[in-house]
Design a protein around this ligand. Structure first.
Ligand SMILES: Cc1cc2nc3c(=O)[nH]c(=O)nc-3n(C[C@H](O)[C@H](O)[C@H](O)COP(=O)(O)OP(=O)(O)OC[C@H]3O[C@@H](n4cnc5c(N)ncnc54)[C@H](O)[C@@H]3O)c2cc1C
Length: 391
């Protein structure tokens, strides 16, 4: 009889694990509180598409229903929101009895402020509800004249530049505590990004300061920065700071699995206990929390799990995971991006110093298509990336 693997979470890591293990001698069940998969890195460009028709078209290209997709590859899908893990069973809010496993891999990712990731509470969410929610966010964006982005990481930069190109009449203020945006990006590409932002007339960057809300007048939010006491009156505010691991369902009886950041503590084999693993944003591996690194960890987990299935190793003897070499591409509007890929900086130099690189933008779009499995390239490309991104 086959062993049973439960994958908790069907985002970047969970879906790739399901796809890779589907053809092996193991019964796989995937649980998610959403009925659908969505490719988060494309959301900034999707939300600000010029027309509603383009928005719907692009969103449909970066999302799909999980159940029919998984059924085709013989993976069982259960819609549910995890509340407890006990006695080798996952308990969800939606049913009484627990879902049994021999092995469990927790891939519940992280939460981000609205509208970028779905905030479920204890509920499940379907595609219609997600689209309605994003439509509401689009309406707010269309009405807004002055938009405040708090945080100059990849999300803040993408939001500011996408809006600046698509709606040049809107005023955007970006506030960040660091000297430049993308302060943690490799090889100083933050300096290039800052230069590009500074060249956009509609964007004002307020650096080395934080902003906090002082009040509200009707639909206008009033913020003030901490050093220069600059007042910012905005009718739409995006909080683009920090991610929170989705691990609250472990608080009840496995709080000892979590570190002070609420990440699940894993050993070098990505293992939590002898039959529980954690992969992606939710775990304690010290590397940038990204779609790409979640994919690299997923491939690594599958390599170890395949060895366990084939009885080539026991759980005490797993291949250790080494954080991947940094790779990053950040959109700087619909046509441009900056990036750091395999040690090469893509900043637009020498032609696009104040705009960014067309090549990086093309690379970002190509990654989107590959991740959505165009031409069945998702698995082979991630395998190659895994092999070439080992330090
Ligand atoms: C706006 C934005 C832009 C980004 N851009 C990029 C980018 O350009 N490049 C890049 O590499 N990364 C980017 N990221 C980061 C990237 O999206 C994450 O690092 C990646 O999705 C993490 O993958 P994961 O599998 O760990 O978790 P996720 O992809 O977040 O998947 C987690 C899944 O678990 C489910 N889940 C959570 N809790 C429960 C529960 N209790 N019960 C059941 N199911 C649950 C969720 O519904 C979800 O489907 C971006 C993130 C954001 C928010």
């Amino acid at each position: 009889m086959n062993s049973k693997l439960v994958i908790l979470g069907g985002g970047a890591a969970g879906v790739l694990i399901a796809m890779k293990l589907a053809s092996q001698n193991i019964d796989v069940t995937l649980i998610d509180s959403k009925t659908f998969y969505e490719y988060t890195p494309a959301l900034c460009s999707v939300l600000y598409e010029e027309t509603d028709a383009k928005f719907h078209q692009h969103f449909s290209e970066i999302s799909f229903e999980l159940e029919p997709f998984l059924r085709k590859i013989n993976v069982e899908f259960i819609l549910g929101n995890a509340k407890l893990i006990k006695d080798d069973k996952v308990f969800i809010h939606q049913r009484e009895e627990g879902i049994e496993y021999d092995y469990l891999v927790i891939c519940t990712g992280s939460s981000y402020a609205d509208p970028w990731k779905t905030q479920n509470g204890t509920e499940c969410i379907d595609l219609n509800r997600r689209i309605n929610f994003l439509n509401e966010q689009r309406e707010k964006y269309k009405q807004a004249q002055h938009i405040l982005c708090i945080g100059g990481g990849p999300v803040g930069v993408e939001v500011a530049t996408e809006i600046s190109y698509r709606a040049p009449g809107k005023k955007i203020t970006l506030v960040d505590m660091n000297k430049t945006v993308l302060a943690n990006a490799p090889d100083g590409i933050g300096n290039n990004a800052q230069r590009i932002l500074n060249a956009r007339d509609s964007i004002t960057s307020i650096m080395e300061q934080s902003a906090s809300q002082k009040g509200q007048e009707g639909n206008t939010y009033i913020y003030e920065t901490d050093k220069s006491h600059t007042e910012i009156k905005a009718d739409l505010v995006y909080n683009c700071i920090g991610v929170t691991p989705n691990s609250e369902f472990l608080q009840a009886n496995h709080a000892d699995w979590l570190n002070e950041k609420k990440q699940i503590i894993v050993d070098p084999g990505l293992r939590v206990t002898s039959n529980v693993f954690a992969v992606g944003d939710v775990n304690s591996v010290n590397e940038p929390k990204m779609f790409y690194t979640a994919h690299m960890q997923a491939i690594h987990f599958v390599r170890n799990m395949s060895r366990i299935i084939k009885n080539n190793t026991n759980v005490e003897n797993l291949i250790p995971y080494h954080p991947s070499r940094p790779n990053m591409i950040v959109s700087m509007g619909p046509q441009y991006a900056i990036g750091y890929v395999s040690g090469i900086k893509l900043t637009g130099w020498p032609l696009g110093l104040n705009k960014g690189s067309h090549l990086a933008s093309w690379g970002k779009y190509t990654i989107e298509r590959i991740t959505m499995n165009s031409c069945h390239l998702k698995i082979p490309v991630n395998e190659v990336l895994y092999l070439t991104s080992r330090p």
